[in-house]
Write a protein that binds this ligand. Structure first.
Ligand SMILES: Nc1ncnc2c1ncn2[C@@H]1O[C@H](COP(=O)(O)OP(=O)(O)OP(=O)(O)O)[C@@H](O)[C@H]1O
Ligand SMILES: [Mg+2]
Length: 779
């Protein structure tokens, strides 16, 4: 075995080593949060390669493309970049989009098919509802879209829908009898536009593998080793793909944690993990129990919460890490105050412990909660980054540029065409577009094809000469871009497009600060494209073509745009935080009806999913977790009283540190209650809230004050602060508090300025100034 790999494998514990070194056959690793599942997956790939398995034969499926990129870099650090390049790693959607491009013709799609994002799908569905003259209050486009999405994820095609009287009747009962027709029209239109939506990427892959045995055999032979992270969140469609591909060799390795299954609302099926042993022969089952991520307090508190769920596999999670501070619970009168508390706490912790902004995360249940946090962080000049919400690529000006780029690659793309045909304004009005849509339908062609023949067809469509010329000019412009694109790279084409279409001039004319910000965004897009071209050349050995770029963008989750080069506090929903870790984590809005969400408390299983979500949130924290809640909050435009989340109560008191007197004024004191006494959580829920707003309880007692002061800064005294200056050589093995073990690959500078380039198991290649680096020499 390669000596580098040996070092890393030695760094694993025994339980982790077993699945890492397991050779052939099916295996499943079921283990709690932070126990090293993702690390095992990464090391296993490196190990397989060291055993002579060709990278070309390994497929690895991850939750985000960013996670895949990081794993790939880590593996490249061990086996070398040229080998790692050939690994197929990514999300289900990105991997199968790639395969579909190769095989698209078999399904009647062009290989340059467009990927419609959620917004494109919604626009198309709205247009169809309008064209069919349906009541848009009954046929709400979002609900229609969800319904179509759930059909697709259960592999219910249009034909299957109409053949299933139960489905048809269910929609009739829901007062949407024409659902099937909308579904059919939507599928037809996507097909004609040469477009697939997200769900199609899985549905069509299934279709491909089912209908074409030779294609199935080809990919079965190719992907001899398949590895899946976060297996608990795969949906039915994904499950079937994995099952089909791994059927021949059965070298399938899945890792997951049933307690972290949080996507049931999107069709994820926890049974996939529970049934794995039935699906394959001789399944080896491994369990990991030691958590390396979090302090003892956090691990035990998280255990005490998840134990309340009835449906779960029994698991032990323990840690050898230090106790750490108790989880801090903080109450604020309003969400504005809550934001201020979190911002100042981050500010103080950052100073006291000399941390980076990137060591902090603020997690919430719903995106809307970010605003109060943002306001407070801005006031304190703390840089932050919001993940999720409206991503960069969803912004109007960016979508406009992308609209043109998409048309260059696939002129049939109806949504792109509608978006840019008259932006910037060129005298092609809505009525003309409607006429084009009708004609396209009549001739069974795309809108662009009708436009190409507008001189012949124009008169019969009632389109006057002037408009015909404008339509022809538009076609000519797109075709000229296509010529430019032949052989060019993504960046060069996009730069020309932004100039020649008049997009940038239009924004310059605007002159408002928003207009300027939009121009900056377009510049940012171009910069991103330049980087993409470079990165493709280095990491994937391709040219960085426009088509590749568009695919990357269509499938980018917001997490994927994070280059990780800016030091910022991370703000995101808990759903997005899966798999990640941060030293300090603030879980905000810990209130009944918000978390657990009022919409998810109808059944026990919904409540259990909320509890799993809380388990995920809490287990992201390494050193210190905070739970904050407010006494009142604006919801649906009204200020409503809020009650602390039941999840706070579910944690054993000994793990908690209440920073505010818990006898909130909202809880009517019983006769002679110990208002100024010690914290007693049982009072929280027993007493009915009083209406109105009596004055607050006043000063904390001595005990409470002591508690306040007790918040121990996380003890960092035993961190091996280095004086490794001058003590390192190439090949020295060191350990870093965050990046784990690493090998010194190079040194530069002398004395106080000496820097070392170190390849870490957790962070890849890093250059550190040794004077500050917290390193311990291992050997
Ligand atoms: N044997 C080990 N020695 C030191 N650190 C380890 C070891 N195994 C894992 N870690 C570290 O513990 C942390 C958690 O590991 P990892 O992310 O792989 O866990 P996970 O089981 O995938 O967690 P999650 O369930 O949240 O996805 C990481 O920082 C990882 O580098
Ligand atoms: Mg993981």
């Amino acid at each position: 075995m390669d000596s580098k790999l040996e070092v890393y494998i030695e760094g694993l514990n025994e339980a982790q080593r077993a699945p890492t070194l397991h050779k052939d056959g099916a295996l499943i690793v079921i283990a709690g949060a932070g126990s090293g599942k993702t690390r095992v997956l990464t090391m296993r790939i490196a190990y397989l390669m060291s055993q002579g398995i060709d990278a070309f034969n390994i497929l690895s499926l991850t939750f985000t493309n960013k996670a895949a990129r990081e794993m790939k870099k880590r593996i490249a650090g061990i086996v070398g970049n040229s080998e790692a390049k050939n690994l197929w790693m990514g999300t289900f959607h990105s991997i199968f989009a790639k395969i579909l491009r190769f095989e698209a013709d078999k399904l009647g799609f062009p290989s340059n098919f467009t990927i419609y994002d959620t917004q494109d799908s919604q626009r198309l569905i709205s247009a169809i509802i309008k064209e069919m003259q349906l009541d848009k209050d009954i046929y709400k486009y979002k609900q229609v879209q969800n319904r179509i999405s759930s059909f697709k994820n259960s592999l219910i095609t249009v034909r299957a829908y109409f053949n299933d009287p139960d489905l048809v009747e269910a929609d009739a009962m829901a007062k949407r009898p024409r659902m099937g027709e909308i579904y059919k029209e939507y599928v037809d239109r996507c097909f004609k536009a040469g477009a697939m939506d997200f769900d199609d990427l899985l549905l069509r892959t299934n279709e491909l593998l089912n209908r074409f045995p030779e294609v199935l055999a080809k990919y079965q032979n190719r992907f001899q080793y398949i590895l899946v992270d976060e297996y608990q969140d795969t949906n039915h469609s994904q499950y079937l793909i994995v099952k089909a591909l791994s059927d021949r060799f059965q070298n399938i390795c899945v890792v997951g944690d049933d307690s972290q299954s949080i996507y049931a609302f999107r069709g994820a099926n926890i049974n996939n993990i529970l049934n794995f042993q039935k699906d394959y022969d001789n399944v080896a089952m491994y369990r990991l129990e030691q958590n390396y991520r979090s302090s003892k307090n956090i691990v035990e508190a998280a255990n005490s919460v998840i134990e309340k769920n009835k449906t779960r596999l029994d698991k032990t999670v323990w840690t050898a890490n230090e106790d750490g501070g108790q989880i801090i619970v903080h109450r604020s009168p309003t969400d504005g105050e809550e934001g201020r508390y979190v911002a100042s706490s981050i500010f103080e912790n950052r100073m006291n412990h000399q941390l980076m902004n990137g060591d902090f995360a603020i997690l919430y249940r719903t995106n809307a909660q970010s605003r109060a946090m943002e306001d407070a962080l801005r006031k304190r000049d703390i840089p932050y980054r919001i993940y999720g919400g409206l991503s960069f690529y969803q912004r109007k000006e960016i979508k406009d540029v992308l609209g043109y780029l998409r048309l260059i690659i696939n002129p049939k793309d109806e949504e792109a065409l509608k978006r840019v045909i008259n932006y910037p304004a060129r005298g092609i009005g809505g009525t003309t577009v409607d006429k084009l849509v009708v004609a396209a339908k009549h001739y069974g062609r795309s809108i662009f094809e009708v436009m190409e023949k507008i001189e012949q067809l124009g008169a019969s469509m009632n389109i006057n000469r002037g408009t015909q010329t404008r339509l022809s000019n538009f076609v000519t412009m797109i075709k000229s871009f296509q010529i430019l694109n032949d052989g060019g790279n993504a960046f060069e084409v996009a730069e020309t497009v932004t100039k020649k279409t008049g997009l940038v001039q239009e924004l310059k004319k605007d002159g408002t600060p928003e207009g300027i910000a939009r121009i900056e965004n377009i510049e940012e897009l171009l910069n991103g494209m330049r980087d993409f071209v470079e990165e493709q050349k280095q990491l994937a050995d391709t040219t960085g073509s426009l088509a590749e770029f568009l695919e990357d963008v269509a499938l980018a989750t917001d997490m994927d745009n994070d280059k990780g080069d800016e030091d910022r506090v991370a703000l995101m929903t808990i759903h997005l935080a899966k798999g990640l870790e941060f030293p300090f984590v603030y879980i905000v809005g810990m209130e009944e009806d918000l978390f657990p969400s009022a919409m998810s408390m109808n059944t026990r299983s919904e409540l259990e999913e909320e509890r799993r979500l809380f388990y995920v949130a809490l287990t992201r924290a390494e050193k210190q977790a905070y739970l904050t809640y407010t006494e009142s909050r604006y919801r649906w435009g009204k200020l409503v009283d809020a009650e602390p989340s039941r999840f706070i109560e579910e944690i054993d008191d000994k793990y908690l540190d209440y920073q505010t007197p818990m006898q909130s004024y909202r809880y009517k004191p019983l006769m002679d209650t110990d208002i100024f006494g010690d914290v007693d959580k049982s009072k929280l829920r027993l007493k009915k809230p009083v209406s109105g707003r009596p004055p607050s309880v006043g000063t904390p007692t001595g005990d409470q004050l002591r508690k306040l002061r007790k918040i121990k800064p996380t003890d960092t005294s035993d961190v091996p602060i280095s004086s490794v200056v001058g003590a390192l050589k190439r090949g020295t093995i060191v350990e870093h508090i965050r990046f784990g073990r690493g090998i010194v690959e190079g040194l530069e500078g002398k004395g106080q300025d000496q820097k070392a380039e170190i390849n870490f198991e957790n962070g890849g290649l890093k250059k550190l100034l040794l004077r500050f680096a917290k390193l311990k020499i291992i050997e």
